[in-house]
Design a protein around this ligand. Structure first.
Ligand code: R5P
Length: 317
C-alpha cells in the first residue's frame, strides 16, 4: 500500500487535524455539505487510488447526519479505488441500543455496524465502546482502543490522597476495576436505576467511600443525570472531593447546567467528541486522544501490534 490518507467528515474536524499533525500528513481535501432538501453530498477532492484510507468521523451530534456522512465518505473512497478503508469512529453512537431489552425494538448498534460494513469499510477503529461485545456486531476487523492511560495520567499527576474509583452503575464495574488497578486505589459501585432517558435514581452505594476523594469513571455522559445523581449520593455517604473521568462528552441538555450546579470538582473528558463553545465550562477539562489515535493508525498501516499499546493498562485491546 502506498501511503496513509486521512479524510474526515464534519463531526470532529479538529480531532482529524490533530491526528494528522501527529502523523505529519494533512487532512485530505473533501466536500461535505447539505443540499437544500437536506440530502448530504460528499466528494473526495484528491486522488486516493491504491491508498490506505482512514476516515475520521465519530458518530456524535447530530448523530444521524454524522453517520450518513460516514457512509457516503466510505462509499466514495471505495469507488475511488482506495486500497483499504478504515472507519475511525472514536465515539460509536447508538451503542446503548445493543440488545432487545423490550419487545419490538431494534438492535440499533448492530444495524449501524451492518451499515458501516455495507458501505464498504474494511476495518473499524473505535474507542471505549459502551459495551465491548459490540465488536462482535462486525464481521470486519475491529481495533478497540481505551483512553484509560490518557485519563488516568491526569489523576496520577494530581497525586490525590485517599483516592477511590467509583463506577456509577453495575454495568461499569469492569471499567472501574481497570482504572483502580492503574491508579492503585480501591473501587466502589453506585447501584443506579434508570427511570427514563433523562432521569436516574441511586439505590445504594456499595463500598466504603467515607472520607475518600472519589473519581467516578464512565464511558459517556449524556444528560448528566447518572453522574450528578451518583456524585450527590457519594457526598451524602461521606465522600470528600468528587471528580469524574468520562471518555465521551455527549453533553446533551441539560448536562452542562447540571455539572455547573453540581458538587463535582472537575469532570475530565476526551476530545472524541468536540464540545461547542457555548457548552464549555471551567469544570470540564478536555484531554486529547489524538496522539493515541495517530499512533494506532500508524501501527495499523505498518501491520504492527495495537494491543501492545495497552500492555500495562489492565485492559485488552
Ligand atoms: C450507562 O450505562 C452509561 O454508561 C452512562 O452512565 C449513561 O448512559 C449516561 O447517561 P446520562 O448522562 O443521560 O445519565
Amino acid at each position: 500500500m502506498k501511503k496513509i490518507s486521512v479524510i474526515a467528515g464534519n463531526s470532529n474536524l479538529k480531532l482529524a487535524k490533530d491526528i494528522c499533525e501527529h502523523l505529519k500528513v494533512s487532512v485530505g481535501q473533501t466536500i461535505c455539505e447539505s443540499f437544500p432538501g437536506g440530502e448530504i453530498h460528499v466528494q473526495i477532492k484528491e486522488n486516493i487510488r491504491g491508498q490506505d484510507v482512514f476516515i475520521v468521523q465519530p458518530t456524535c451530534y447530530p448523530p444521524n447526519d454524522s453517520m450518513m456522512e460516514l457512509f457516503l465518505l466510505i462509499d466514495a473512497a471505495r469507488r475511488a479505488s482506495a486500497a483499504r478503508i478504515t472507519a475511525v469512529v472514536p465515539y460509536y453512537g447508538y451503542a446503548r441500543q445493543d440488545r432487545k431489552d423490550r419487545p419490538r425494538v431494534p438492535i440499533s448498534a448492530k444495524l449501524v455496524a451492518n451499515l458501516i460494513s455495507t458501505a464498504g469499510a474494511d476495518r473499524i477503529l473505535t474507542m471505549d465502546l459502551h459495551a465491548g461485545q459490540i465488536q462482535g456486531f462486525f464481521d470486519i476487523p475491529v481495533d478497540h482502543l481505551y483512553s484509560i492511560n490518557v485519563l488516568t495520567s491526569y489523576f496520577k499527576k494530581k497525586k490525590i490522597k485517599d483516592l477511590i474509583v467509583v463506577s456509577p452503575d453495575v454495568g461499569g464495574i469492569k471499567m472501574a476495576r481497570a482504572y483502580s488497578k492503574v491508579l492503585n486505589s480501591p473501587f466502589a459501585i453506585v447501584d443506579k436505576q434508570r427511570q427514563s432517558a433523562k432521569k436516574t435514581k441511586v439505590m445504594n452505594v456499595i463500598g466504603d467511600i467515607k472520607d475518600k476523594n472519589v473519581v467516578i469513571v464512565d464511558d459517556l455522559i449524556s444528560t448528566g443525570g447518572s453522574l450528578v445523581e451518583a456524585a450527590n449520593a457519594l457526598r451524602a455517604n461521606g465522600a470528600k472531593d468528587v471528580y469524574a473521568a468520562i471518555v465521551h462528552p455527549v453533553l446533551a441538555d441539560p448536562a452542562v447546567e447540571r455539572i455547573k450546579k453540581s458538587i463535582l470538582k472537575e469532570v475530565i473528558v476526551t476530545d472524541s467528541i468536540p464540545i461547542p463553545k457555548n457548552r464549555k465550562t471551567s469544570k470540564i477539562k478536555v484531554l486529547s486522544v489524538a496522539p493515541l489515535l495517530a499512533e494506532t493508525i500508524r501501527r495499523i498501516h505498518q501491520n504492527r501490534s495495537v494491543s501492545s499499546l495497552f500492555a500495562r493498562a489492565g485492559v485488552e485491546a
